[in-house]
Structure formats: C-alpha cells, structure tokens
Design a protein around this ligand. Sequence first.
Ligand code: NAP
Length: 310
Amino acid sequence: MKTYDLIVIGGGAAGMAAAVYGRRAGLSVLVIEAVFHGGQAAVTPEIDNYIGFSKGISGADLMENFHAHATRFGAEFAYEQVLSVLEEEGAIRVITTRNEYKAGALVIAAGAAPRQLGVDGEAKFVGTGVSYCATCDGTFFSKKTVAVVGGGNTAAEDAIYLSKICEKVYMIHRRDTLRAEAVIAETALKEPKIEIVWDSVVDEIQGGKSVESLKIHNVKTEESRELSVNGVFIAVGIRPNTDIFKGIVDMDEHGFIITDECMRTRSEGRIAKRIYAAGDVRATPLRQVITAAADGAIAAYYANKAIGVV
Ligand code: NAP
C-alpha cells in the first residue's frame, strides 16, 4: 500500500493549493481526482476576480496554471474515484476504485456539483438540450435561443457567455433581483441579447427529440406561458460532494463540512486532528477560487503541523 504524508481528495483550486503548500512544507503529497483536475473553476468561462490577473483569465487556463504549479513542486496526481475513507490508529486509509493508500493527514477538497432543478423533462433532455455547463455545451447552441435558470453568479456569467454565441438568452429567475454580485449582474442587465424573465420558475422542459420549449409561470401573477428555446442551462446552485464522508466528519444541514479557522474538521463534535476540509465542500460564506486556494493553503499548513514531518 502506498503511503503519503498528505492525501488531498479533489483536484480543484482548493486541492491543488493544498498540494503546493504541502509539498513546499516537505510533505509527500498525493492528489486524488475523480474526473479531471480543475473542478468547477475549469468550466467557468472567465474569472475576473482572482487577484493578480488584472485582465481576467479563463477558468481552464487558471486551473492549468494551478496544476502546473502543483506538479512543479512534485505533487502526484491519481485519477481515481475515492470510495471510502477510514480513520485508523495514527493514519487515514483511503480506498479508491483502483488502489488503497495510507496518509498521515487528509484534506477533503472534493468540491461541489451543480444542483438539479427537479422538474419534468430535466432528466430526459440531459445531453439533448439540458446542460449544467455553459462553457462545455454553449457552442452547440450557436445562433440559437437558450434559457439560463438561476440568478446567482453562475447563472449571470453563463448568460453573458452564451450571449456571445447565441441569438437570444432568457435568464429565468424566481425573484425580482439578482443574487449575482453587482459587477456581474450589471453586465448581464446591460447585455441586449439577454432578457431577464423575473419572478418566474420553470415547471416543465418540453420537446420531442430535443428541447423545444419551457413551461414557466410567474410566481407573483400566477400566469403561465411557454417559452420557445433550443436549450436550457441550469445554474441553481451547488451540492457538496460529501456523501462518502457522512459519519466521518460533521456537516451542516446541507451537507457542507464544518471546519474551524485552521480548516480542521470535527467528528461528533470533537476536532478530527488528521482530517481537514477546504474549498466548496466547506460550510463557508464565500465560495470563490481565491477563498478555495486560501483554504487549501491553511489546511496543508495545519496538516503539516499536526503530523509533524518537518
Ligand atoms: P448560488 O449563488 O447559490 O445561486 C443559485 C441561484 O439559483 C439563486 O439565484 C437562487 O435563487 C436560484 N435557485 C436555487 N434553487 C432554485 C430553484 N429550485 N428554482 C429556481 N431558482 C433556484 O449558486 P451559484 O451561482 O452556482 O454559485 C455558487 C457559489 O459559487 C456562490 O458562492 C458563488 O458566489 C460562487 N461563484 C462565484 C463566481 C465568481 O465569483 N466569478 C462564479 C460562479 C460561482 P435565489 O436568489 O432566489 O435564492
């Protein structure tokens, strides 16, 4: 069984920052990533608030820089799905689809995945008009009409991105003000190709072989109508990837992992000295690349102190 000082679960911004700080502290570090490094940031069209990139940078490029940085310091990456984590005497055992590893400390940086809307037609049309990733699927809707559901940063950024590709973009939001931060919201509001459908929710996604229309209703007037669209991008928030950590670390009612300011997790109320959490998996007021990276750095710093390698 391969043994590392530090194992990081998740190769997004938080995980890769933990890897850089872990390696720089002299720890042997393995990052285990199920899909591809970069996480949600890698599919974010433009990141304009990661300090130091004054002209903005695409999420994919920023995450490639993170990866190059972590590998330059010698962090290892394994592309495997973690099945379970066990706390043993003085170590953590991590079992994946392909291997079993032992670690002195663990950083859970497994990120979050887009939430589903839960309406009729959503599951049926995934891949034929329903998408959760504008940068991945936007080009399929060149010069077509699409809708984005949601009013947060993701929805507004997706709508702005899609307005460069599509003929028209409806942004369907259940309230009369956007949740997105002011600078992003203002850009969406000013974009002529974006029409915001306020106070409205989607009841059904309809079509034949692919999406053709949405049944929506206004929550204030109760008026229902159909909106002709070729695709719908759902951006209604995120769900933490924490299912396999249930019973191991304490979580809030939404499944986000509770930590202290050292990124230490708790288990049944007691501090779990070898298990840290960082980034979007964490119960935290701000989920950005910059906060994820900071979380990862802090987690690796305290993990190093706890296992006392250096
Ligand atoms: P979010 O901030 O939680 O926003 C989700 C949006 O979806 C809200 O507007 C919410 O409406 C709406 N919504 C939720 N459930 C719904 C439902 N069942 N039906 C209709 N609408 C629904 O999620 P997010 O935009 O994915 O962002 C997640 C986190 O990542 C946030 O912390 C965000 O700041 C961060 N992020 C940052 C950036 C950036 O800084 N560039 C980019 C992307 C994401 P209400 O407003 O009514 O609640």
